[in-house]
Design a protein around this ligand. Structure first.
Ligand code: CIR
Length: 283
């Protein structure tokens, strides 16, 4: 299948998003810190609002049914990496999440213009999509507790048209817990020591030039770029100072998307959707 290879902001465009409903067992989702209880009904409302916001940005949303066997199933970003006309169905790093991929694979196949689907053939390779930061020009990968060296190699093989550079992620869950795209060639970066180390590595190892927006906490650095709009958690979730910085620096429209219940279980704004540009897939 021939696809169109876009780069820059065109490569980040999306026509379609795949999301997944919140199961009742979501309150038992994996988490690094168990201190705050998830309010299930609030999480469900937040996901509904997230979906409506995607639709307001011109995106067609495909919502997969939740599955009570999989508390983390709304975090679809981790189970597929879609860039242009190719989709890699991942092997998530945490064993409890491995079977979440089945429904995603089928959903990708059923899209009207389906991307070419790639599988992770090496049984030792693991990737969580939350570790894959596609800038529109190159791919940064976090080597974390969830994504290993063999997973990085698999990404490089699947997307040969883009350079792949990996960075260690030690304490945070994923690379995108530390940094995300907040505009064309513009990257938002969090504020702890690991985020600072990642920023320095990105600056010295990136193949292209980017503008970096430094924030003072990691929660603020996970934003979602959707066709020039930037989903941002509200000031009471990320600190009003960070909210103001994002409002000032980001060039697109900033849209508030409350996400507190997902953040309690290490979920970020990027994590609840797989964004696809069906215009890049020739049908
Ligand atoms: C997990 O630990 O796998 C989930 N509780 C959170 C996954 C968040 N994924 C993401 O941000 N891409």
């Amino acid at each position: 299948m021939q696809g169109v290879v876009y780069s820059g902001v065109m490569a980040l465009r999306c026509t379609t998003a795949i999301v997944r409903s919140v199961p009742n067992v979501f309150v038992e989702a994996l988490r690094l810190d168990g201190s705050q209880a998830v309010v299930l009904e609030k999480a469900k409302k937040q996901l509904t609002h997230y979906i409506e916001t995607l639709e307001r940005c011109g995106v067609r949303v495909v919502t997969l049914p939740s599955d009570e066997r999989f508390p983390d199933c709304p975090f679809v970003e981790d189970v597929a990496v879609v860039i242009g006309a190719r989709a890699l169905v991942t092997r998530p790093g945490h064993p409890s999440r491995r079977e979440e991929v089945g429904v995603m694979r089928e959903a990708l196949k059923l899209l009207q213009k389906a991307p070419q689907i790639y599988e992770m053939e090496d049984p030792e390779a693991c990737v969580d999509g939350g570790d894959v930061l596609f800038t529109g020009r190159e791919i940064f990968v976090g080597q974390s507790k969830r994504t290993n060296e063999k997973g990085v190699q698999c990404l490089a093989k699947t997307f040969p048209e883009f350079s792949v550079t990996s960075f260690p992620v030690r304490d945070s869950l994923h690379l995108k817990s530390l940094a995300t795209m907040c505009g064309e060639d513009m990257i938002a970066v969090g504020g702890d020591q690991e985020a600072m180390e990642t920023l320095n590595r990105m600056k010295s190892q990136a193949k292209f030039k980017y503008e970096y927006v430094q924030l003072d906490n990691n929660a603020a650095a996970n934003v979602l770029l959707v066709n020039g709009n930037v989903f941002v958690k509200p000031g009471d979730e990320i600190g009003h100072n960070n909210y103001d910085i994002l409002k000032k620096r980001v060039k697109g429209r900033v849209i508030d998307v409350p996400f507190s219940e997902f953040y309690k279980v290490d979920g970020c704004l990027t994590c609840c959707s797989v964004l696809i540009n069906q215009e890049a897939v020739s049908g």
